[in-house]
Design a protein around this ligand. Structure first.
Ligand code: RIB
Length: 302
């Protein structure tokens, strides 16, 4: 199993469950309120760690209760937190999440995640040397991503980037990225394409992009530019928060295997993740993932 280095965000998710999302100016009564550990970086680190990868996370939290709780949770998930900075300059990042009919709407306040600097990344160079694969997202600043992609390239480590939340990416990052994992909406923003279909964009970047498609699975191209599809696995969804993160963490954990097989595992892990509340709540262990796949195969007619 891979040694995975994640460079990314750490948030406390403040989650309200409601039957209906309020309109502007409207007040509603919700059903439940909960706090859950989150942040795309932390979520992807936890997903990879539960599957058995050896994971180090580079990030930043505030010197506050949320930060302390999140750090101790990451340690319990067997994640190396040695390169997580605690800052007095900002509060720990939070995400305000409304879950309605299993779908979500999210506002992130980055806080300490935006204090993480390129200098922090350079100071953690030894972690890049140790890693088999480096994984990042866009909840930390672009200069931080740029530094991570550059150090990964310098040490010949594949750099995987989940471009969420979406932003147009400078060529310097794209050139140092082995694989991008946008959804359909993020794909158009990352490549600044409005005139072409997502199929055309994927075909223009052979074996460089896996496009996630929610419950419909994932699409990617092989080195010849031919479109490939991994269908999603139908499950009863409770909370879809963190499904994409589970997909990405799984991808990093199994990086190096055939892309079709990695996507099959990542879709199955993503499907399991939505069956429990919270971004990290349903992320499967290695055993849970393979038991689930075995049960699916057993159900198939011979
Ligand atoms: O991808 C889900 C995550 O996005 C949540 O955990 C929230 O913190 C936001 O960063």
């Amino acid at each position: 199993m891979n040694k995975v280095l994640v460079v990314g965000s750490i948030n406390m998710d403040l989650v309200v469950e409601t039957d209906k999302v309020p309109d502007l100016g409207e007040t509603l009564l919700g059903q439940h309120f909960n706090t859950h550990p989150g942040g795309k970086g932390a979520n992807q680190a936890v997903a990879a760690s539960r599957l058995g990868a050896q994971v180090t996370l580079i990030g930043c939290v505030g010197n506050d209760t949320f930060g302390a709780d999140l750090l101790s949770g990451l340690k319990q998930e067997n994640i190396n937190t040695q390169f997580i900075r605690i800052t007095d300059q900002a509060a720990t990042g939070i995400a305000l999440i409304t879950v309605s009919q299993s779908e979500n709407a999210i506002i992130v306040v980055p806080g300490a995640n935006h204090i993480l600097s390129p200098a922090d990344i350079y100071a953690a160079e030894s972690a890049f040397i140790e890693a088999d694969v480096v994984l990042s997202q866009l909840e930390v600043t672009l200069p931080v991503i740029q530094a991570a992609a550059e150090i990964a390239a310098r040490h010949n480590k594949p750099f995987l980037l989940n471009p969420a939340p979406a932003a147009p990416l400078p060529d310097s990052i794209l050139q140092n990225t082995a694989l991008l994992t946008p959804n359909e909406h993020e794909l158009a923003i990352v490549f600044s394409t409005t005139a072409e279909t997502w199929q055309e964009t994927l075909q223009k970047h052979p074996a460089k992009v896996v496009m996630t498609h929610g419950r419909h699975g994932a699409w990617f191209t092989n080195t010849a530019g031919e479109l490939q599809h991994q269908p999603g696995i139908p499950v009863r969804a409770v909370d879809t928060t963190g499904a994409g993160d589970t997909f990405n963490g799984t991808l990093a954990a199994f990086w190096g295997m055939d892309m079709g097989e990695i996507c099959r595992l990542a879709c199955a892990a993503g499907a399991l993740s939505v069956t429990r509340p919270g971004a990290q709540g349903g992320m499967p262990t290695h055993k849970e993932l393979f038991d689930f796949l075995a049960a699916l195969n057993a159900d198939k007619p011979a």
